[in-house]
Design a protein around this ligand. Structure first.
Ligand code: SF4
Length: 468
C-alpha cells in the first residue's frame, strides 16, 4: 500500500521470456499502470525506450526508465516526451515516483541533485515466485550488501553508478534476504557487491551465515588485493562461497597503469588461484582484450600465461567505452568511437577504432580465447578438483556445467555471460522504429554525453579511502 492505494507488482525479466504475452500487461490496461524499466544499461537503453513507446501508445499513463544509463548519461534530448527518467538509486526515488503516479503526474526527472544515498537503508528482498524461478536453469538471486568501489579504473561504470565510497546495508537486512531466499527455493546467491573484500562487515556476515547454517552456495566478486586476505578467503569457503570473480583484466602492468588500475599487480594473481583452491572456491578471472596498447600477439601471450595459471573459470570481454565512464569521454573527444548503435555496447563487439587490431579479428579472438581456455584437459581437471572440494548444495553445475556451457556458447559465437541456453526470436529493434519516431522523434537512441556528478555526490566520493 502507498498513500492508501493497493499496488500490485509484476516483475518481468525479458531475458527469460519465450513469448511476448507479457506485453499484454501494457495494452489498454483497465487499472492505472506504471511501467518502470529498471537497471537499464547502455546496451539495453534503446530497448527500454521502445517498451516505453509501446506502453505510451497503448494507453499506459506513466513510464519511467532508471538504471546505469540514465544515471550516468545525459538523456535531456529524450525528456519532455511523456517518459520520465530516474537518475538516482532506487531507494531515493521509488517512493516519490509511486506517490506521483498515484496523484496523477510524474516529474520528467527524478534524483537530479543526488545520485547516491549517504546511508543505505535497503529493504529485505522479496524473491521471485516459484513460477518465475522455473524459467531459470538455476534459481539464483542477487543480493547487494555493499555498494561502491574506492578505485578509479577509467573503463569502469561501477564508480559512476555506485560511487567510490563503500556504503553497506545492515547485516540483519542481508541475513533476512538470505533467509527469504532459502525459504523461496533459491539454490544460489550472487553477492553483487563489486569488491566484497573491501566490505568492512564481510567477516561478520560470513560468521553469521556459518553460525546460522544458512548453507546457500554463493558467488562473490573481489579485487586482486584479496591475495593478501587469506583469513577472509577461508571464511568465505566455510560459509559456502563456490566461486570468486576477480577482475584481473591484463597481465601487463603498463596496460593496467594506463587504465588507472594501479591496484592490480599481476605477480599476485597466482596467489589468488592458490588461496581459492586451498579453501574450496573456484577462482574466476575476468579478462579484457583490446586495451589500446594490445596487439594480437600480446593477447595470445596473455592467454598462455592465463592457461598456465589455471584459474577454474575465465571470462573475456572486448574493451568497451561504456557511456558515462571516463574512458568513454576520452575516446569520444579523441574521435575514436565508431559505433553509433548503443545496442552494441555489450563488451562483445568493437565499438571504437583500435590502433593495432581489426574489429573482426578482435571478435574472433574473443571466442578463440574461450575455446582455448576451456580445453578438454582444463575441464577434466576442474571437475576432478570439485569432487574433493565441492560446496554443499551446489551439485556439479559450477564445476562442470558452467565450463561445458561456456564452451558451447563460444562455439555458437554467443557470449557465455549474456545468459540463456538457446534463443528465440520474437521481436527486434526495427519492429519498434515507427513508435520510436512517434514518441521520441528518433531512429536510433543517440550516443549521449556523460553526466557530471552533483556537489553532493562529489562530496561522498571525496570520503573514499584508497589503498594501492
Ligand atoms: S576495481 Fe572493479 S569496481 Fe572498482 S573501479 Fe576498478 S573495475 Fe570498477
Amino acid at each position: 500500500m502507498v498513500d492508501g492505494v493497493r499496488i500490485e507488482t509484476y516483475a518481468i525479466d525479458e531475458y527469460v521470456q519465450t513469448d511476448l504475452r507479457y506485453l499484454d500487461l501494457l495494452r489498454n490496461p483497465d487499472t492505472p499502470t506504471l511501467l518502470a524499466l529498471v537497471g537499464v544499461q547502455s546496451h539495453q537503453f534503446q530497448r527500454s525506450l521502445d517498451l516505453a513507446a509501446f506502453a505510451k501508445t497503448n494507453g499506459v499513463r506513466h513510464c519511467v526508465i532508471g538504471g546505469p544509463h540514465p544515471m550516468t548519461c545525459d538523456t535531456a534530448e529524450l525528456q519532455n516526451r511523456g517518459v520520465s527518467f530516474a537518475l538516482a538509486e532506487a531507494e531515493m526515488v521509488w517512493l516519490p515516483i509511486l506517490q506521483d503516479a498515484i496523484r496523477g503526474d510524474l516529474l520528467q526527472v527524478y534524483g537530479r541533485d543526488q545520485r547516491w544515498a549517504g546511508q543505505l537503508e535497503s529493504p529485505v528482498l522479496v524473491p521471485p515466485s516459484s513460477r518465475d524461478l522455473r524459467r531459470y536453469v538455476v534459481p539464483m538471486l542477487g543480493i547487494y550488501p555493499a555498494r561502491g568501489c574506492p578505485f578509479t579504473c577509467n573503463f569502469c561504470s561501477v564508480i559512476k553508478i555506485a560511487g567510490r565510497q563503500i556504503r553497506s546495508q545492515s547485516i540483519e537486512t542481508t541475513m533476512a534476504s538470505l533467509r527469504a531466499a532459502k525459504a523461496a527455493g533459491i539454490r544460489m546467491v550472487m553477492f553483487t557487491s563489486d569488491n566484497f573484500n573491501k566490505y568492512s562487515e564481510a567477516r561478520e556476515l560470513m560468521e553469521q551465515m556459518i553460525a546460522e547454517r544458512i548453507q546457500i552456495p554463493f558467488f562473490v566478486q573481489c579485487d586482486t588485493q584479496v591475495a593478501k586476505q587469506e583469513d577472509l578467503v577461508e571464511l568465505l569457503g566455510k560459509a559456502g562461497c563456490f566461486e570468486m570473480f576477480v577482475g584481473v583484466e591484463s597481465f601487463r602492468r603498463e596496460t593496467l597503469l594506463a587504465a588507472h588500475k594501479a591496484q592490480n599487480h599481476p605477480g599476485t594473481y597466482g596467489e589468488i588461484v592458490r588461496l581459492c583452491r586451498k579453501h574450496g572456491i573456484v577462482s574466476h578471472f575476468s579478462n579484457i582484450i583490446g586495451f589500446p596498447d594490445d596487439t594480437a600477439k600480446g593477447i595470445r601471450e596473455h592467454l598462455d600465461v592465463l592457461r598456465g595459471m589455471s584459474p577454474g573459470v575465465a571470462s573475456f570481454y572486448i574493451l568497451t567505452p561504456i557511456p558515462g565512464t571516463q574512458q568513454y569521454d576520452e575516446f569520444r573527444s579523441a574521435g575514436w568511437i565508431t559505433e553509433p548503435n548503443l545496442d552494441r555496447y555489450d563488451a562483445t563487439t568493437t565499438t571504437w577504432r583500435h590502433p593495432n587490431i581489426g574489429s573482426a579479428e578482435l571478435r574472433e579472438m574473443l571466442f578463440s580465447c574461450y575455446r582455448q581456455f576451456y580445453s578438454g584437459a582444463h575441464m577434466l581437471k576442474t571437475a576432478i578438483q570439485s569432487i574433493r572440494h565441492r560446496q554443499v548444495g551446489t551439485g556439479f553445475l559450477p564445476y562442470l556445467g558452467h565450463p561445458l556451457f561456456t564452451r558451447f556458447a563460444a562455439w555458437q559465437k554467443m557470449h557465455p555471460m549474456s545468459g540463456g541456453v538457446s534463443r528465440v526470436h520474437r521481436d527486434a529493434s526495427p519492429d519498434y522504429r515507427e513508435l520510436r519516431r512517434k514518441v521520441f522523434g528518433i531512429d536510433l537512441a543517440p550516443l549521449p554525453k556523460s553526466l557530471e556528478l552533483s556537489k553532493a555526490d562529489l562530496e561522498l566520493n571525496r570520503k573514499a579511502k584508497i589503498a594501492i
